[in-house]
Design a protein. Structure first.
Length: 355
């Protein structure tokens, strides 16, 4: 770890020297590139310098311990310094964990009603509202791309874009099967039913332009815009559904007035889904030991249960439970997401140390 920190500190000093050279100052692109590289290293270097100073102060305090007149003061100083040393050491560990390149990106989310018929679709609608409230709390924006409403409410399927700061870093843990246990409004006997909805979270990839889709590989259907995202559009055949024949992936868009714009957006969404499938396949090929223990993001993986009779939410991946389901459904997801981030970080740190 300290070899890496020394190398980072050396690189940071080299960048400082490079950034004052006339040839760099006169080259905007080079200046921008080196400035970003320097900025990315600055926090680690600053904390490492603090850590080294605390270590030096701790050594001096230990030397003072041998002086009877200074021993009591030295012991108090050592206790404070040792606590600060551990705090800074932990911060350095975290900063050295490889960052997910997608953490700063917007996301495309897809929620589908699964097992449970109408109740599953209603639950999918509840999840959409939960994420909408959570987005509001984070000052993110939600934009519905395509939706198929359920016959009794909710959604059989809804796809939407979440835009904002570091969206993927928070929502990436939400992919999987969400289970609800509650008494449906249509249940005359008051029996608790179990239904599920699946959630898929994909980063809004920058490299979708590299995904090639042949015209012969897609089937395009047009239909009337309606439902969520379509209330303000006209009733012409402007909505578009695209089926990618080789993979079976189906996407749709109904938010634009123009059929052409809807097709463009649907194609972009299709590219994102294809790229996401490719990346998941690559991660799978890396081997089980390289996968995050938090979860694979597979739709079939049961990740969380929302138990209404007990007002409890349980995340099965980390054994986290909270008796605040009502607040969670109002968008107070932060305690669950913070617990997932903390556990993910522990596992990555363990993997880093093992390597």
């Amino acid at each position: 770890m300290f070899n890496r920190l020394d190398a980072i500190e050396k690189k940071f000093k080299e960048l400082n020297l490079e950034l004052v050279k006339p040839e760099v100052l006169n080259d905007f692109n080079k200046l921008k590139e080196l400035s970003k590289e320097q900025s990315d290293l600055k926090e680690i270097v600053d904390i490492y310098e603090q850590y080294k100073k605390v270590k030096d102060d701790l050594k001096q305090a230990k030397d003072m311990e041998n002086d009877p007149d200074l021993k009591e003061m030295a012991l108090m100083e050592m206790a404070n310094l040792e606590e600060e040393e551990q705090k800074l050491y932990h911060q350095l560990e975290i900063l050295l964990v490889p960052k997910d390149e997608n953490d700063g990106k917007n996301v495309i989310m897809e929620i589908r009603g699964a097992a449970g018929g109408d109740e599953a679709n209603i639950f999918a609608g509840d999840l959409f509202r939960m994420y909408s409230y959570y987005a509001d709390k984070n000052n993110w924006k939600i934009e519905v791309v395509h939706a198929i409403e359920g016959a009794s409410g909710g959604f059989a399927q809804i796809e939407f874009l979440v835009k904002g700061s570091n969206v993927y870093s928070k929502l990436k843990y939400e992919s999987g099967s969400h289970r609800v246990q509650r008494v449906p409004e249509t249940e005359a006997q008051g029996r608790v039913h179990t239904s599920t909805a699946t959630v898929l979270v994909m980063p809004e990839f920058d490299e979708i332009g590299n995904v090639e889709i042949k015209d012969t590989d897609i089937k395009v259907d047009v239909f009337h815009s309606s439902g969520a995202g379509g209330q303000s559009v006209n009733t012409a055949n402007s909505a578009v559904r695209i089926t990618h024949i080789p993979t079976g992936i189906v996407v749709g868009c109904q938010t634009e007035r123009s059929q052409l714009r809807n097709k463009e957006r649907a194609l972009n969404l299709l590219k994102i889904k294809i790229l996401d499938e490719q990346k998941r396949a690559q991660e799978g090929a890396m081997g089980e030991e390289r996968k995050s223990k938090i979860g694979t993001g597979d739709r079939s993986e049961k990740i969380r249960t929302y138990n209404y009779p007990q007002n409890r939410v349980t995340d099965h991946r980390i054994g986290f439970s909270t008796m605040t389901l009502d607040r969670v459904m109002d968008g107070e997801l932060e305690p669950i997401i913070e617990a997932l981030i903390t556990e993910d970080l522990k596992l990555k740190l363990a993997g880093e140390n093992f390597d």
